[in-house]
Design a protein around this ligand. Structure first.
Ligand SMILES: Nc1ncnc2c1ncn2[C@@H]1O[C@H](COP(=O)(O)OP(=O)(O)OP(=O)(O)O)[C@@H](O)[C@H]1O
Length: 223
């Protein structure tokens, strides 16, 4: 589903990631850990073609990204939902419209019933008409998750989705991610939160990738 072969990336000041080789199977659940600045967000951006590697090859859904045009990559990206670290919204649009935005910008209308069901799934029915600035951190993260899955992606990448949330809200978000995984979605979650990883491992067969010294390693069973 996502394959890296000997991938390296850096922003000009020397390599940040190197010799990254891995294959994420369809339906798998991975956490991605590592110190701040290790390259977790960078790895996620490589996964969905936002960044190109300086060496090596990346294939998404069996297609080599470096052989594709920007338009083709953009089309492939519709099969990948992303929850960004800073989850930005259009502040003048109600939450329902923000969640529907990926459909709207691709020229489609959201089915009103499906949109309401999706927003109910993340527990934001009472917030349908609220503007983003009125939402709490946990509500914003859940709205961002709804927006990330509205195109029914095969893969969901989440960058520190519980970064600013209390434990109860983190577990609520985790439950949604676990549910998506049980529906067959491939999930990658970048996080510092080892308790979150432990809680997930009690529910799904999640594996842990760790960035250490520029390399991406499959962590052992210590977590
Ligand atoms: N566009 C960019 N240009 C130059 N340097 C960048 C760019 N984006 C990230 N970096 C640098 O690359 C390094 C890795 O950043 P990245 O955001 O991938 O790390 P991270 O592991 O996700 O960090 P955190 O846990 O703090 O979110 C950092 O030193 C960062 O400053």
């Amino acid at each position: 589903m996502i394959e890296f072969e000997n991938v390296a990336h850096g922003y000009g000041g020397g390599p940040l990631l190197s010799e990254v080789t891995l294959s994420l199977a369809p339906g798998s659940f991975h956490f991605l850990t590592g110190p701040s600045g290790a390259g977790k967000s960078t790895f996620l951006k490589l996964c969905y073609g936002e960044l190109a590697p300086v060496a090596g090859r990346i294939a998404l859904f069996g297609q080599e990204l470096d052989a594709m045009s920007r338009d083709d990559i953009a089309r492939l990206r519709q099969r990948v939902g992303v929850v960004h670290q800073d989850c930005q919204f259009l502040d003048h649009l109600p939450i329902a419209d923000n969640v529907a935005l990926p459909l709207t910008v691709s020229g489609r209308d959201a089915d009103p019933t499906e949109l309401r069901e999706l927003i109910a799934w993340v527990g934001l029915t009472g917030r349908l008409k609220s503007l983003p600035p009125a939402l709490s951190g946990g509500e914003r993260q859940r709205a961002a998750l709804a927006r990330a899955v509205i195109m029914s992606p095969d893969v969901l990448l989440a960058d520190e989705p519980t970064g600013n949330l209390d434990w109860e809200m983190s577990l609520r978000l985790l439950a949604l991610l676990v549910e998506l995984n049980r529906m067959g979605k491939t999930i990658v979650v970048a996080t510092h939160d080892l308790n979150l990883i432990r809680a997930a491992k009690a529910q799904v067969s999640a594996r842990v990738l760790r960035i250490k010294d520029r390399r991406l390693l499959l962590a052992g069973a210590e977590l």
